[in-house]
Design a protein around this ligand. Structure first.
Ligand SMILES: Nc1ncnc2c1ncn2[C@@H]1O[C@H](COP(=O)(O)OP(=O)(O)OP(=O)(O)O)[C@@H](O)[C@H]1O
Ligand SMILES: [Mg+2]
Length: 445
């Protein structure tokens, strides 16, 4: 069984805390996507699991075994990087079989496994070519095949698609999802692209400043983001935010601002806002919940407000309206039949049933999932992977103003050693690193 469990894991490099109190359970066969902005600690979390970096504090389990002191090659893990890490002088066949050769597997067995993996990924006709004779997408599939033949318990993929063009990315994304279904193995996939996270994951963990912000199914995170960071990160185009004040009494609660905004709050959401009366909160609304008044979906509780249309963008099946109210810019996705005109003021309708609200200071959500949506399908109520009730937000946002993981400044002309290292297959990296430095001291200095 390949359940992976990070227990209060830290990774420190001097004053930088790349991963902080990281606790995450990934169930067997899960496709977990770790998503977050650049420098948020995603790759570090993977490298700790693979054994490419040492753990500063905490434990990592694969199955029931603590792997902190297990040699990387004995961890039953295969890792695929953004850079394909193929040997240019070897054929595709030999590249795919390379890890097995290191393990001294007999030649005929290697051949059998290479052909099987090549069939799974549709690269059988390419086995005699060299990597230089392949397209980017084909190379990426060779890298995946090399990971598959090792039959690992856990697949780690670190931004494997970011070198591909948009069309190939979409294709390869689907291939990786199929591969996951076919192999029935645990996948942990790192990306900063929330679209990849939404489309591929069975579970998403959102990271910021080395801290997990929230874990849940893609739909749950979309519907019930725990804080402003997750709300703004998951969903494209992103959620709109407005600073408003809560007014009224328990029979009628309104969100108002200095520019004449006055939005009545639906009955089921009033109670949670009671303690915020006469206080500032952050009101959040997704672009698809702002409608052209002539095309409001049926049974939607809406409230009107005005805005100036700065730009209209026709997307075919919808129109993006870039809007302005006072100083606040925001975006609406409306019906393509809209008659909205650039440079004019128009009335819009906000679907208040889908409103979000966040505490102004802590930036945490004010509503429980039940208040946001009274009828949540059962399977979304509890995360199968973590066992954590998804309404129970995992942690607060990085309160780590002093321990913030700043991205390392890129020095001009300096060779990026880590990038070079990543171009080596993982077995070689591990072997070389182990011969260079004693485990545990590799990256503390
Ligand atoms: N070897 C290292 N020495 C010192 N600091 C490091 C090292 N590797 C990573 N860091 C720092 O740790 C933090 C997390 O880095 P990490 O590579 O995990 O981020 P990431 O989320 O994968 O980002 P990206 O999306 O850019 O790949 C960053 O601030 C980074 O500068
Ligand atoms: Mg990274």
């Amino acid at each position: 069984m390949a359940r992976v469990f990070y227990e209060n894991v830290y990774k420190r490099w001097k004053e930088t805390v790349a991963v902080k109190d990281f606790t995450l359970e990934i169930a067997d066969k899960e496709f977990l996507v770790l998503v977050g902005p650049s420098g948020s600690g995603k790759s570090t979390a993977l490298r700790l699991l693979a054994g490419l970096d040492s753990i500063s504090d905490g434990k990592i389990y694969i199955g029931d075994r603590v792997i902190n002191d297990v040699a990387p090659k004995d961890r039953d893990i295969a890792m695929v990087f953004q850079t394909y890490a193929l040997y240019p002088h070897m054929s595709v066949h030999d590249n795919v079989g390379f890890g097995l050769r290191l393990r001294k597997m007999p030649k005929d067995q290697i051949h059998e496994k290479v052909v099987q993996a090549a069939q799974v990924l549709g690269i059988e006709p390419l086995l005699d070519r060299k990597p230089g004779q392949l397209s980017g997408g084909q190379r990426q599939r060779v890298a995946l095949a090399r990971a598959i033949v090792r039959e690992p318990k856990v697949f780690l993929l670190d931004e494997p698609l970011s070198n591909l063009d948009a069309k190939l990315r979409v294709q390869t994304r689907a291939e990786i999802s199929k591969l996951h279904q076919r192999l029935g193995t645990t996948f942990i996939y790192v990306t900063h692209d929330q679209v990849e996270a939404m489309t591929m994951a069975t579970q998403i963990a959102v990271m910021n400043f080395g801290v997990i912000q929230q874990v849940g199914t893609p739909q749950f995170l979309y519907d019930h983001p725990t804080n402003i960071f997750v709300a703004g990160f998951i969903g494209s185009p992103a959620m709109n935010f407005f600073e408003v004040t809560v007014t009224g009494d328990s029979d009628q609660v309104c969100l108002v601002d200095d520019n004449g905004l006055s939005l009545p709050v639906p009955a089921k959401k009033r109670r949670a806002l009671e303690k915020y009366r006469d206080k500032k909160i952050v009101f959040g609304i997704r672009p698809e919940d702002i409608h052209d008044p002539n095309f409001v979906p049926p049974e939607t509780e809406v409230a009107p407000f005005d805005a100036v249309v700065e730009v209209t963008e026709l997307m075919g099946n919808e129109v993006f309206l870039h809007l302005l109210r006072g100083e606040t810019k925001f975006l609406a996705r409306v019906d393509p039949r809209t008659v909205a005109k650039q440079g004019t003021k128009m009335e819009l309708m906000v679907g208040m049933d889908n409103m979000h609200a966040f505490d102004f200071e802590s930036e945490q959500t004010i509503f429980t999932p039940e208040e946001e949506e009274p009828e949540i399908p059962k399977d979304l109520k509890r995360s199968p992977a973590t066992g954590v009730a998804e309404g129970a937000w995992v942690t607060s946002r990085g309160s780590a103003s002093t321990e913030r993981a700043e991205p390392a400044p890129e020095e001009e002309g300096k060779v990026d050693l880590d990038r070079l290292v990543e171009e080596e297959p993982v077995e070689e990296q591990v072997a070389r690193r182990q011969s260079e430095v004693p485990q545990g001291q590799a990256d503390e200095d």
